[in-house]
Design a protein around this ligand. Structure first.
Ligand code: FAD
Length: 493
């Protein structure tokens, strides 16, 4: 019987190191590593040109790394079952390997189609767990122990030489146009396996000492946060490898004395928690894929359903709300694809509470702006920051207070909102509407002409949101559903 060709289906795991499907496949025969750029997935309302820019960059390095092992990455543009069919016709019997992916509804359905195709054609298909997320029934009470056990397992490396597959062209890397996308103009972080390791090591060794202090400030957070998210999003490093390197660094610092070492130890502990959150949040979407499109408590879908204001949505999405901190953060996210956690939460809070926009309608576009977009983190976070989980405290950010606290001298706002860059008085940078007409003219920033007037009254919006959500949460049927949500998805920490 001929040996089957082992197809390793790459998705959000664009690496060679710690890649169990690749290692398992290599043990069994000739390996065909495959990435399929799927127009149906790229057509999703959360998919943006920036995502393909990053994936493409990661594929270039992956192809070279695999070529060094004897078999370059094969790339095709099309729909996965048809691509598989074509390859099978060329090479004969195949076996399929992949990591489990907790994606959006489109990838969820695509994965189902691939499984059906494999069943129909008698193709063995093995999916391997990833990111500490558990598929299928599991006990939420000992989830944390299972996470630790998964992360503790040794890293897995493929052999130095792969048995290549004859007669299959690697194929060109599809362009943006091939996927129906415009080119991306965003100034994105570099991505790739080598860059992932550099980023992590520079966080452990050089940056990150003031992580805890800086993480809420959008300016300093840029270099003090780990910036590993884009690598985890596309899998140019495995979460397990990040945890292994973290444990090693924690060990190195264990006996170290002095203020700097203490600060670093604390920073690493905070980082450690966030790596748990990565899986903890993703687990929520894995367990309930419906929460991409539906509130945790379905009754909350009615909360804002009839109140969509397209003008407010556009103002928010393009950073033209008249609230400098909101506009600066949104423009920065649009330009670079990255923002720190606190400011992502503030932007979401502004959309959901101040503009009273339905999260189901703004979440895909918001995710599309994030270079590190991970549906499993994004949707649970958006719902948490929109007050529709029924189990979390309703947190409504005051955008002016956030500006004063997180950008006290206005540097970040001046950088991203050039209309305000000539304002000498920092208090006005945070609240430009407080300038008198004469001051506005002197500063070359007339509110309503050069910079937008505020699109909402924050205090009014705050009270409206608090009262409405409070009223919903008092309803007995919502309280009963909240208990179920807490039992099913709540953290046991
Ligand atoms: C509304 C909203 C949407 C978000 N969408 C995404 C998303 O699509 N993709 C994404 O990676 N992060 C998302 N986050 C979480 C967080 O903002 C980013 O992970 C973080 O800013 C990435 O920068 P970093 O790698 O330097 O983070 P660090 O602070 O250095 O954290 C290290 C890693 O921990 C994980 N992490 C950090 N914070 C969280 C969190 N609150 N929840 C879950 N995991 C976390 C990430 O994988 C991150 O890379 C979202 C947050 C909010 C409020």
């Amino acid at each position: 019987m001929p040996t089957s060709t082992q197809i390793v289906w790459y998705k959000r795991d664009l690496r060679v190191g710690d890649h169990r499907p690749l290692a398992e496949a290599a043990d069994r025969g000739p390996v065909l590593p495959l990435y399929v750029a799927e127009p149906s997935i790229a057509a999703g309302d959360d998919y943006r040109p920036r995502h393909w820019t990053l994936i493409r960059e990661a594929l270039i390095e992956l192809r070279a790394r695999l070529a060094n092992r004897g078999q370059p990455l094969v790339v095709r543009c099309g729909e996965m079952p048809e691509v598989l069919e074509g390859i099978r016709e060329q090479v004969g019997p195949i076996r399929l390997w992949a990591h489990e992916e907790t994606g959006n509804q489109l990838t969820f359905e695509r994965d189902r189609r691939v499984r059906e195709w494999a069943d129909e054609h008698g193709v063995p298909f093995t999916e391997v767990p990833s990111r500490g997320v558990i598929r299928g029934p599991h006990d939420r009470d000992n989830w944390a122990e299972q996470w630790e056990a998964y992360m503790d397992r040794p890293l897995v490396y493929p052999p130095d030489a792969l048995t290549p597959v004859d007669g299959i062209e690697p194929g060109p890397l599809p362009s943006h146009a091939d996927l129906g996308l415009r080119p991306s103009t965003a100034a994105l972080q570099q991505i790739g396996e080598a860059e992932a390791h550099r980023t992590l090591q520079s966080f452990f060794q050089d940056r990150g000492e003031t992580y805890r202090r800086a993480m809420s400030r959008p300016g300093p957070a840029t270099t003090e946060c780990s910036r590993i998210s884009v690598h985890l999003a596309y899998g140019t490093i495995s979460l397990r490898r990040v945890v292994h390197e973290l444990r090693q660094r924690q060990d190195e610092l264990r006996g170290a004395r002095g203020e700097a070492a203490t600060a670093r130890r604390k920073a690493l502990d905070s980082f450690d928690s966030r790596l748990h959150w990565h899986s903890h949040f993703t687990q929520k979407l894995e367990d309930a894929p419906r929460i991409e499109k539906e509130s945790y408590i379905p009754a909350f879908d009615a909360l804002r359903a009839d109140d969509w204001d397209p003008a407010l949505y556009e103002a928010w999405l393009h950073g033209r709300t008249g609230f400098p901190m909101v506009d600066a953060c949104m423009r920065r996210l649009r330009a670079t694809g990255w923002l720190n956690f606190r400011m992502r939460a503030m932007l979401c809070s502004f959309a959901a509470y101040d503009c009273w926009l339905d999260w189901r309608r703004f979440a895909p576009a918001y995710g599309g702006l994030m270079a590190d977009y991970v549906p499993g983190i994004h949707y649970p976070q958006v719902q948490m920051q929109s007050g529709t989980t029924g189990i979390n405290r309703v947190r409504i950010y005051n955008p002016v207070k956030q500006g004063r606290e997180q950008d006290p001298d206005g540097t970040f706002i001046r950088r991203w909102v050039p209309e305000l860059s000539y304002l000498e008085t920092t208090a006005y940078v945070h609240a430009p509407w407080k300038m008198s007409p004469i001051e506005q003219q002197a500063a070359g920033c007339v509110i309503g002409e050069d910079y937008p007037a505020r699109v909402v009254d924050h205090n009014e919006a705050y009270h409206h949101a608090q009262d409405t959500i409070h009223e919903y949460r008092q309803r007995p049927e919502i309280q009963a559903q909240a208990d179920v949500i807490l039992e099913r998805h709540g953290s046991r920490a």
